[in-house]
Design a protein around this ligand. Structure first.
Ligand code: SAM
Length: 283
């Protein structure tokens, strides 16, 4: 196979196009990084791979070599033309020209029976979080999500709940999966170079959450409320969010054995589960 750099330059020239910044287009040109992504995703001939934002198809070509089927979801019409020219002869290639956030992934997956389903992508950074949250919250039959994201976001997604780098999304990600860091990727690995550093991470979906939660909506609401004002106490965060009054909140903390002065960022997953399970009223 041609090197990713040559391939990219050739296609950009042939179709006389340049990257569209507002669509987060930074094309991967580093063969080692591409190989690393494909190997970390651990794709077998039984797997259905969903690729988000295939772009010029550099990663897609390598995924097609390994998988049973690749479904690629791309928003940019210019890329659709290129991808069809390159791969429409492959029976195992399906292309969806849509905003990934609007695609009904559940139906898509149910139409494509496969041993395992893996998501692989060099994500458009402007919608990293909504894409990851959609993949997790839709509770799809996915085994893993191997994605390139902004390094700063990678650190938050792979932090341990309660660590310095953790945020509300750390708890959500850890509730649904076990995250791991794969490789830090220099800016030079892309054309054009992104303004931020990048990192590949892998999210391994859990069979069941690590804590028992009676009301997930309330559990996540509590976590969000606690991180809205990071430097304030948990009581402040919860009361300011309108979930309950101060006295009620103090009583709640007492019941689950937490100090009145505790901050949300000091709580682990079990603490939040205890709090949510203790609140009897449905919000
Ligand atoms: N996979 C290619 C690569 O690695 O070189 C391109 C990755 S580029 C970072 C992100 C890709 O996502 C672009 O092709 C862009 O057009 C596409 N994209 C942006 N927003 C999208 C959306 N809402 N839905 C689907 N694809 C999108």
């Amino acid at each position: 196979m041609e090197s990713a750099y040559k391939e990219t330059m050739f296609i950009l020239k042939k179709y006389n196009i340049s990257a569209n910044k507002s669509l987060g287009q930074n094309f991967l040109i580093d063969d080692n990084v591409i190989q690393n992504i494909v190997e970390s995703a651990n794709i077998t001939k039984e797997d259905l791979v969903i690729e988000i934002g295939p772009g010029l198809g550099t990663l897609t070509a390598r995924l097609l070599e390994k998988a049973k089927k690749v479904i690629a979801i791309e928003l940019d019409n210019r890329m659709i033309k290129i991808l069809n020219d390159r791969f429409s002869l492959y029976e195992k290639f399906e292309l969806i020209n849509e905003d990934v956030l609007k695609v009904d992934l559940r139906t898509l997956i149910s139409k494509n029976k496969a041993e395992k389903i893996k998501v692989v992508a060099n994500l458009p950074y402007y919608i990293t979080t909504p894409i990851i949250m959609k993949l997790l919250e839709d509770k799809l039959e996915i085994e893993s999500i191997t994605v390139m994201v902004q390094k700063e976001v990678a650190k938050r997604l792979t932090a341990k709940p309660g660590d310095k780098l953790s945020g509300a999304i750390t708890y959500s990600v850890n509730y649904y999966c076990e995250p791991e860091e794969v490789i830090i990727v220099p800016n030079l690995s892309f054309i054009p170079e992104p303004e931020v550093e990048s990192e590949v991470i892998k999210l391994n979906l859990r069979e069941k959450p690590p804590v028992e939660v009676e009301n997930e909506e309330l559990f996540f609401k509590l976590i969000k409320a606690s991180f809205m004002q990071r430097r304030k106490t948990l009581i402040n965060g919860i009361t300011n969010s309108g979930l309950m009054g101060k006295e009620e909140c103090k009583e709640l903390l007492r019941k689950v054995g937490l100090d009145e002065k505790v901050r949300g960022e000091n709580l682990n997953m079990q603490d939040f589960a205890n709090l949510a399970n203790e609140i009897k009223i449905k919000y």
